[in-house]
Design a protein around this ligand. Structure first.
Ligand code: C5P
Length: 300
């Protein structure tokens, strides 16, 4: 018997970052859009907790209890007073350390899979609560679609999306650590007056209308200067995508994956081809959003 859950990647179409809080986190206005690149987490009964991973980036994934999938199983088991006796297998297609919530996806996927396997019947509210304990982006991996995340990003309000948005993603040669990017944001804004983060009305309207030109004009990422400061070569990738006709080019979340909004699938294919030929990235993927959140796809 096993259960498999499929979980999407995300891109942040707006990431407004406030000043560091006393707990070290930052208040955000984080507009998430789930996109159709997926990890699959399969959970199977076993003698003890273990994790394996397959996929192009598998060697970069920690297989110990720091893995968010393992932590999700541990937290749910502890809450129910049962042993976390499962094998977790991650089929990984979301880039690792890329700013696309790959680790968060595995946490949300393992949680939903364990809940189904163990019959623990956690309510949506409890699942979201455990997700928030796992990390700021994990609740969104569970719900998918599009949402505004406030607080440290974990308090979600679902957003209407009036169409499909077409994206190209360029994977970088190396990863970036999210805490390091936030630390760099703090360093760069040390002497600045950092405003309260608020969602852009024009961006929310563009999403609701499904209007790619309006969305392109409204996207923003306050972490982009910090990501570029730590990884200056990303500017070349952004320029290559813009030159190829992308409506917008930005760093996804804390990076270093770069995201390019295209008007339609044909234009996305053209931007992808140009990025591949540019030699400014490791690999290129095309995906559209919104995509559904964590979903059980197989169980037997
Ligand atoms: O919540 P999560 O564990 O994913 O966050 C990883 C790191 O990113 C945190 O330890 C913190 O350094 C940074 N972070 C932050 N403010 C947020 C979310 C994350 O400073 N709102």
């Amino acid at each position: 018997m096993s259960v498999t859950v499929r979980v999407p990647a995300k891109v942040n179409v707006q990431l407004a970052v406030g000043a560091a809080r006393p707990d070290g986190f930052h208040d955000l206005a984080n507009v998430f859009l789930a996109v159709g690149l997926y990890d699959e987490v399969t959970v199977t009964p076993a003698d003890e907790l273990s994790v394996t991973c397959e996929g192009p980036d598998a060697a970069l994934v920690p297989l110990d209890r720091t893995n968010l999938a393992a932590r999700a199983a541990l937290i749910l088991a502890e809450r129910r007073g049962i042993e976390p006796a499962v094998h977790l297998h991650i089929a990984k297609d979301i880039p690792v350390a890329g700013g696309m919530a790959g680790g968060s996806a595995d946490g949300a996927g393992a949680l939903l899979a364990c809940d189904a396997l163990w019959g623990t019947n956690a309510s949506r509210e409890e699942l979201l609560d455990i997700c928030a304990e796992l990390g700021s982006d994990v609740p969104f991996s569970l719900v998918g679609g599009a949402a505004l995340g406030t607080g440290r990003g974990e308090k979600l309000t679902a957003l209407d999306v009036g169409g499909t948005f077409h994206w190209v993603f360029a994977m970088a040669e190396r990863g970036l650590s999210t805490p390091a990017v936030f630390r760099e944001f703090d360093r760069l804004t040390e002497h600045a007056d950092v405003p309260e983060p608020v969602a852009s009305e024009s961006l929310l309207d563009a999403l609701a209308e499904g209007d790619p030109d309006a969305l392109a004009a409204a996207v923003s990422n306050d972490l982009q200067p910090a990501a570029l400061s730590l990884f200056p070569e990303l500017a070349d990738t952004l320029a290559a995508g813009r030159t190829a006709g992308a409506l917008a080019a930005l760093v996804s979340g804390s990076g270093p994956t770069t995201a390019f909004l295209a008007r339609d699938p044909r234009s996305a294919a053209k931007v992808a081809e140009a990025l591949r030929a540019s030699g400014t990235c490791r690999s290129v993927r095309v995906a559209s959003g919104p995509a559904p959140g964590a979903t059980v796809v197989a169980g037997n």
